[in-house]
Design a binder for this molecule. Sequence first.
Ligand code: GLA
Length: 728
Amino acid sequence: MIVLDQENKLITLHTKNTTYQMKVWDYNILLHAYYGPRISGGDLSYLLRCKDRGFSPNPSEAGVDRTFSLDTFPQEYSTCGVGDFRLPSIELELPCGSRTADLRYVDSQVRRGKYSLDGLPAFHGSEGEWETLSITLTDAAAQVDVELLYGVLEEYDVITRAVRVVNRGGSAIRLCSCASLCLDFIRSDLDMITFNGAHVMERCPSRVPLHPGIQGVGSVRGASSHQHNPFVILCGRDADEDHGLCYGAMLLYSGNFQAVAEVDQFENARLVMGINPYQFSWTLEPGEAFTAPEAALVCSPSGFGPMSRQFHRGIRRSLIRDPWGDRRKPVLINHWEATEMYFDADKLAAIAQEAAPLGMELFVMDDGWFGARNDDNAGLGDWFVNEKKLPGGLEALVSRIKGMGLEFGIWIEPEMVNEDSDLYRAHPDWALNVPGRGLSRGRNQLVLDFSRQEVRDHVYGQIKAALSGAGISYIKWDMNRSLTEVWSAALPPERQGEVYHRYVLGVYEFAQRLRADFPDVLIEGCCGGGGRFDGGMLYYTPQIWCSDNTDAIDRLRIQYGTSFCYPVSTMGAHVSAVPNGVTGRITPMETRGVVAMSGTFGYEMDLSKCTTEEKETVRRQTAFFKEHYELIQDGDYYRLSDPFRNGPYTAWEHVSPDRREALASLVTGPFRGAPPFLTLRLKGLDPSLRYRVNGGDSWPGDVLMEVGIPLPILTGDYQALQFYVKAE
Ligand code: GLA
C-alpha cells in the first residue's frame, strides 16, 4: 500500500511486514525517514533532527539557519557537490563543466500495477499485486528531471526501485554516475554481507561490521562477475537465520555494478547500489532520458531466512517470466564434463541412449558442435553445424535423440569470437579493441562489440538460422571471459563511457529476441559457471548454471551462498563423475544426487560408464526428484546449517507452502572417530501437526523443530541423508 499524505508531506510504502517512509522537507528536499518493520502509520520524521554541525554547509535558501544541512540528513537520493559530502547517487556534468546535481521534490503519483523499464529487466506482475509510486525531482539550474520509481509487491515485502533521468534543457549534459538505489540509515551498528568468490567458487558469504568510511563490492569485468554478486545484505550485529533486522538489496543488472556502504561522521550509514561509475558516462541530448537498472529490496525483521524466502517467492512469482513461472523444467543430461569438445554424433548418442531409461528428459549438446570448434582456440562466431562431427546436421542428431525419448538442447556463446573463425576474418573490427593497442585474450577468445546493432544482428541471424526448425527445446547461453579494451568503433570519443552499459543493453536485447522467436525454449544462463548469476539475467533465463565446480562438497557452499537471494529453481546443478574434475574429490553418487536435486537437477557425465548399481541410484534419484518436484522447486527454503562453519553436517530443507510436507537433506563432513549422537532440527513445520518421517516413525511438529530427528552414525566421508516428512 502506498500512502501520499499531502498535508504532512509524507510518502509511505507499506508491505505485509515492512514500512518505508519519505518526507518532503524544507526547500523541497526529499529525506528518507524510515525503513524497517511494519508500523501502523504516523509521521516518523521526528527521527530527522536538525543541529548546527561544524563544516556541514547549509543550502542557500536556508539563509542564516545553520541547522539544516544536506550533510547531516538522511537523503532519499543523494546529490553531488551541493553540501552532502557522502556517497552521491548521481553526478551530472553540466554544459559549463560543473559536476553538481541538486534535486528538489516536484510531485509524486501512485498507480496500480508495476512500472516497466524500456530495454531493461524488471519485476512485473498484475495490477492486483503491484503498486507503483513515481516521484519527480528536478534540478532547476541544470534543467534535469529525475524520476524515482518504486514498485511495491506487498505480499512478498519486495520494494523495487529504478531511476529515470531526463534532460529538459537545450544543451547536452553528461551523466557521470546514476545509482539505482540510495538507502540511508540513522544508525551504523550494522554488518554488511557480500557474496564473493572466483571462477569455480562463487558467492561465498563474507560478513564484516560497517566501519567509518567507505566499503563495498563491485565488478569492472563487464559481467556481474564470479568475484562479487550484485546482492548485498545490511543487518543488525545480532542478526542470524531466524532473528534480527536485515535488509537485502539486489540489483537487476548483468554488467559493471557497485554496492557500497559508507559510515559518516555522525554514525549514520548509507548504501548506494547501481551501475559502477568506473569508466561510465552517458551523454543526454536535449529531451533524452537515461534509465538506471532496477534494484529490489526486502527487509526482514526476523533474520535472513524470512528475507531469503521473500526474495525467492518474489523472484519466482514476479521476475521469472512465462511460460517458466509455472512450467515444469526437465531433468537434463549434459555431456560437457564427459567429452568436452571431443565428440561426434555417435558418442553423443551413446550417452543419450542411457538417459531416458534413467529418468532424464532432455539431452544438452554443449560446446563444440559448430564451425571449426575442435578445441577452445577456434570456431566461436561461426554458428553453423560442423558436419564432420554431426553428419546430416542438427536435424539428423535431434531426430535421433528424440527417438530415444529425450528433448534436445544446445549450447551457444553469442558474445564471443575466436581470431581463428570466419566471422573474425571477415570483421576483425567487430571485436572490442582500443585503436593502437594489443588485444587481451581470455580463453584465447575475444569479445564481440555487443553495443553495436549490426554485430548483434549478424550473430543473431546465424544462430536463429541454425536453430530454427531444428526442434530445440533448451538453449544454454554461455559467456566465457571478462571484457577488456572496452572501446567501440561505432561511438565518438565523448561517448566511449557508454560502451560497457550499451554492451549489457545489447545482451538484453539479444536475449529478448531469443525469447520472442523461441517462446517455448528454456534458456539457461551461464558465464564460465556462475559469473553472471544475477537478477538481470534471470528475467531472460529462468535458470543459471551455478558454477563450473560440480564437486558436491564445494557445491554445498556455493548453493548455500546463492540461496540468500536466489531460489533453488534458478540454480543450475548437476551430478558429475568422480574424482571431480575441479577438486579431485570422490563423493558417493547418493550425495552428489542429494546436492544437485536442490537445484534444477541434471547429470553431466558419461552414463554409459556407470555401473549397474550406479544406474540404479540415478534412476531412483530422478524418480524421487520428479515425485517431489513442486516441494523442492516451489517450496519454502530453509538453511538448517552453515557449511562454512565446518560442523558435522550441512543441512537444508524445503517446506510446502501449507506446511504439511517437507524434505530435509543433509550431507556429512569428513568422518572422525568417536562421533557424537546428533539430531537434525527442522524448521517451518506446523508445531501442532504430527509428521511421519520417511514413512516410518512419526513425531509432532514442535518435537521435530525443537528436538529433532535422531541421526544414525554414518561411517565414511560425505554421506547424505534425506528425510521426507508428511503431516498425518
Ligand atoms: C563454460 C561453461 C561450461 C561449458 C564450457 C564449454 O565453462 O560453464 O559448463 O559449457 O564453458 O566451453
